[in-house]
Design a binder for this molecule. Structure first.
Ligand SMILES: Cc1cc2nc3c(=O)[nH]c(=O)nc-3n(C[C@H](O)[C@H](O)[C@H](O)COP(=O)(O)OP(=O)(O)OC[C@H]3O[C@@H](n4cnc5c(N)ncnc54)[C@H](O)[C@@H]3O)c2cc1C
Length: 384
């Protein structure tokens, strides 16, 4: 039986474990965190991401958790509504083969589908990797040594596997910070089954209120010194960047104070590695190609990458040939998404008041029925 060791139990790692186990591989996942990392905000599965969710058999578990339609209210800093985007607009723009779920629900669906056929070791990481033409030997932090046919580095944007195999210089840090965390209780200032979103120069704050354990907050902002904010931690950094806002933000920040560890809080970086594999070691997900939240599709690409890797390995007995074919097929999509990140930066962190105004004009336009079809065709073209 072929054996794979997978580093990281995020979306990419769990999807890879699930897909390879479905194809009869013996799989071990090692995750640095002592427990599951289930937080995060909303993820859209469309295009190749939706296809992969279907292929992996996740749709029945995800459908009941899909968020369906909700209204988004664009607000001013003092909380007054500026513009309401009805749920039907998002539906018309995205089309039918789309699903929006909390990242936590995607992680749970993957974990539950993978765990029966995969060993998952928490609180464990990799301390050394040696490979030759026939095997890869992986020394783990718990003292064990594992032999495998394939090592998958799915350990995220700060991947230690990438540094070990390709060197340290493949992360392009951008002057932005992102934070997302679940809210156990709905936030009173946000209408039920709705989200409020503030977009101002250099920053976005969004709070979604879909009921108990179905609510979440998301923040991103331009920051000239992300290292300083990482040292400050999410509570202080977000208070400084968003402490002046209303419309659910104060409640969300108070919630964060009670559980700062629940936040996904990181600098925004892209990853650009000239090759995703060497020998029997391959990078997958953010470790290989992080496109950033500004491009979206991070989770969708992780699912698609895992599923397509499984298909390539099924077609080839020779692992390096499978890895090369897989990369050739997937890289154009990743390059396209990375290029789209610039547009997202202008949407989430507009450089000036003029850009905020331009965004508002665009959003107002897509609420007009005649324009929705055009937007939808544009999105479909992007996802082809
Ligand atoms: C808790 C959490 C919340 C997130 N929320 C958002 C969000 O709201 N918006 C957004 O745009 N993106 C978010 N992301 C990032 C998003 O999940 C990814 O961009 C995308 O899903 C691709 O996933 P990935 O599995 O490649 O990376 P990740 O989801 O980052 O998963 C990587 C996994 O590897 C583990 N790991 C890291 N280093 C090691 C190591 N040395 N050894 C073993 N394990 C290691 C990490 O603990 C993590 O579980 C979040 C990530 C996490 C972990």
């Amino acid at each position: 039986m072929t054996r794979a060791v997978i580093v990281g139990a995020g979306i990419a790692g769990l999807a890879t474990a699930l897909r390879l186990a479905q194809d009869g591989w013996d799989t071990l996942v090692v995750e640095r965190s002592p427990t599951r990392r289930s937080g995060g905000y909303l993820v859209n599965l469309l295009g190749a991401g939706f296809d992969a969710a279907e292929q992996l058999g996740l749709v029945p578990a995800l459908s009941p958790r899909a968020l369906g339609l909700f209204t988004t209210v664009l607000v001013r800093a003092d909380g007054r509504p500026k513009l309401t985007v009805p749920a039907a607009v998002a539906e018309a723009a995205l089309g039918p083969r789309t699903m929006t779920v909390f990242r936590a629900d995607l992680e749970t669906a993957l974990f539950e589908a993978a765990r029966d056929n995969t060993e998952i070791r928490f609180g464990t990481t990799v301390s050394a990797i040696h490979q030759d033409a026939d095997r890869v030997e992986i020394k783990l932090s718990d003292g064990a040594t594992e032999e495998a046919d394939l090592l998958v580095g799915a350990d995220g944007v700060h991947s230690a596997t990438r540094t070990a195999m390709f060197g340290p210089d493949h992360r392009v840090d951008l002057p932005y910070v992102v934070a997302a965390f679940p809210l156990a209780h709905p936030v009173a200032a946000v209408p039920e089954s709705a989200a409020t979103t503030f977009i101002g120069p250099g920053r976005t704050a969004a709070v979604v209120n879909l009921g108990p354990h179905r609510s979440s907050a998301f923040f991103t902002y331009r920051c000239d010194d992300p290292t300083r904010d990482m040292e400050r931690g999410p509570v202080e950094a977000l208070r400084t960047a968003f402490g002046d806002l209303a419309a659910g933000v104060p409640e969300a920040l108070r919630h964060l104070e009670t559980d700062p560890g629940s936040a996904y809080f990181d600098r925004v970086s892209q990853v650009r590695v000239p090759r995703w594999s060497t020998g029997r070691t391959v990078l997958l997900g953010d470790a290989a190609w992080c496109v950033t939240l500004f491009a979206g599709h991070g989770a969708a690409l992780a699912l698609a990458g895992a599923d397509q890797l499984g298909s390539a390995l099924r077609r080839h007995d020779d692992i390096p040939s499978a890895l090369a074919e897989w990369e050739t097929g997937l890289r154009p999509e990743v390059v396209k998404r990375q290029a789209l990140a610039r547009r997202g930066m202008y949407q989430y962190a507009p450089p000036s008041r003029f850009h905020v105004w331009m965004n508002d004009v665009t959003i107002r336009a897509i609420t007009l029925p005649g324009i929705r079809g055009l937007v939808r065709r544009g999105i479909e073209r992007q996802n082809r």
